[in-house]
Ligand binder design. Structure first.
Ligand SMILES: C[C@@H]1O[C@H](OP(=O)(O)OP(=O)(O)OC[C@H]2O[C@@H](n3cnc4c(=O)[nH]c(N)nc43)[C@H](O)[C@@H]2O)[C@@H](O)[C@H](O)[C@@H]1O
Length: 389
């Protein structure tokens, strides 16, 4: 049994792949804590995500095992599912909730310092006291869960600045960091980052569905594409420029809230279709796999513009089984195995595909590509992050 439990949550509007990024930050904090004492990270159940809009599907209190391979996570840090935490800790109580926020006065330019201080809550608190003096909150949809204490902390700095607070300022056995996205990476792109990232292996049942689709629809197999998968991520080391990838172009075309903001770096469908056709010609590829969150109207337009488009379209039963998160993973898995990938500017959905391709040993030229906006002047391409082992 662990001596202490670290829990966390993220600002509700944030999407699945940004949340995967926050997991990496918190895992790094956990590694720092482990140098001192026995801790375990409680995996925050998935659910009620703004982007998961498929109707009539129960998408709350989803355990991590539905999306990720728990054994692989465990090889990096000790983790348990929330339900196991409830069973192990003997009740629906979290002793201390810290709500992380910025500093009301903002950042003073030129004087960056890492700091954390107890401060009055800036935003309205998303927790309310019940008649026993305990705190109700969202708690991933577990209505019976209560926080015994809720405190706001202003933070400025990387995840491990929380370590002294957790080790010295409180003796609580279970501590939740809410709004954990306010913590920065300890070292983005360093060994720790990559160890955690590599440990986030997709759940086998989703990989299998992606592999079947690759084989049946895209004539893509690991042997012919040189993308052999090993169950044990700790034994995998990328061989530069090794993977060939399946005979298709893969595209991630982020729409919805990315176009509502009228951002300059997101292309029109017309422009995206032109780019896709030009790449297919240049790369001599006849198939294009499109991952997108486009609405029905956009999809119809896309189909007219790109008649050769291939998509993973789950039946209702498949959707109910894999859920929106699982379908997103299947899309990412298929994109990760393509001969060439092009994504959407600053989308963490695209970034996670870059990393997956890096792990699979693709040449960076085939990975770090993005669409340009129709009127974008300086269309800078994504940065190549090399794995540190
Ligand atoms: C504007 C910001 O955008 C950020 O999104 P961004 O980094 O693209 O990426 P995500 O954090 O993953 O959020 C986008 C969500 O939209 C769905 N989605 C987007 N593209 C696809 C796709 O190709 N296939 C499938 N199946 N689903 C897709 C999916 O649920 C995904 O998790 C958000 O995290 C922030 O909260 C904020 O909304």
């Amino acid at each position: 049994m662990a001596s202490r439990y670290l829990l966390y949550d993220v600002n509700p509007p944030e999407g699945f792949n940004l949340r995967r990024d926050v997991y990496i930050r918190v895992a790094s904090l956990l590694k720092t804590l482990l140098k001192n004492s026995n801790w375990v990270l409680v995996l925050p159940p998935w659910g009620r995500l703004y982007h998961w809009q498929s109707p009539d599907i129960h998408q709350v209190r989803i355990p991590w095992v539905e999306f990720f391979d728990l054994e692989s996570l465990y090889q990096n840090i000790p983790v348990i599912e929330y339900e196991d935490f409830l069973a192990e800790s003997g009740g629906p109580f979290i002793e201390q909730v810290y709500v992380l926020q910025g500093y009301a006065e903002g950042w003073k330019e030129g004087t960056w310092e890492e700091k954390v201080d107890q401060r009055p809550c800036i935003d309205q608190l998303m927790y309310s006291e019940d008649k026993n003096g305990y705190y109700r909150g969202w708690f991933w949809g577990y209505e019976e869960t209560r926080g015994l204490n809720v405190t706001c902390l202003s933070v400025q700095g990387s995840a491990s600045i929380m370590s002294p607070v957790l080790l010295k300022n409180t003796t609580a056995r279970s501590i939740m960091l809410d709004r954990a996205e306010n913590l920065l990476h300890d070292h983005y792109g360093g060994k720790n980052y990559w160890d955690t990232r590599r440990s986030m292996v997709f759940a086998k049942h989703l990989r299998v569905v992606g592999d079947e689709f690759r084989a049946n629809v895209l004539h893509s197999t690991d042997e012919s594409d040189k993308t052999i998968f090993h169950e044990d991520w700790t034994k995998v080391k990328a061989k530069p420029d090794w993977a060939l990838g399946g005979p298709y172009l893969a595209v991630h075309l982020r729409r919805k809230d990315f176009i509502w903001g009228h951002r300059e770096d997101v292309p029109s469908l017309q422009r995206a279709a032109e780019e896709i056709h030009s790449l297919m010609k240049k790369l001599k590829l006849k198939k294009v796999f499109v991952a997108t969150d486009a609405d029905r109207e956009d999809l119809e337009a896309l189909r007219k513009l790109i008649p050769e488009m291939v998509r993973f379209e789950p039946t209702w039963e498949e959707l109910e089984l894999y859920k929106d998160g699982g379908v997103a993973i299947i899309d990412q898995w298929i994109c990760a195995h393509a001969r060439y990938f092009i994504g959407t500017s600053v989308s963490t959905f695209s970034f996670r595909i870059h990393e997956e391709r890096e792990i699979l040993s693709f040449n960076p030229k085939t990975t770090y590509n993005r669409f340009c906006g129709d009127k974008e002047k300086d269309c800078e391409q994504p940065t190549h992050w090399k794995i540190v082992y």
